[in-house]
Write a protein that binds this ligand. Sequence first.
Ligand SMILES: [Zn+2]
Ligand SMILES: [Zn+2]
Length: 125
Amino acid sequence: MTSTPIELRQSDWQSTLFDDCALPGCATPVAVPGDVCQSCLVAFGDMLNVRTDGPAHDPERVRAELAARDASTRDQYRAQAATVAAAQQVSTRKRNQICWLCDERRTCTATDGRWECADCQALPV
Ligand SMILES: [Zn+2]
Ligand SMILES: [Zn+2]
């Protein structure tokens, strides 16, 4: 087994010495910001709309646009993770809690900051 250069993978989301390939998820360095790497060109050649309208690109702008796109992707991932965490919190159950409705010591679920047993939770509101 050979060791993998982990530093390379970790630099995926960071700006490095090189600019990454314009395709999402591809971290192959390219010389020109916004450009597509050779392997992506081979893989997606027909689907890619490669601009050949000269050096009109402002490298800084392309870089900023790609960074904004990556940031929004990251935000979506983060929001997703937060939703999962919230769902897990809602379903927090603990044994030996006093239900605020029936005053019994039971296994309760934290609901709105109060402990509520399964029976009381099943009651119609
Ligand atoms: Zn690529
Ligand atoms: Zn109860």
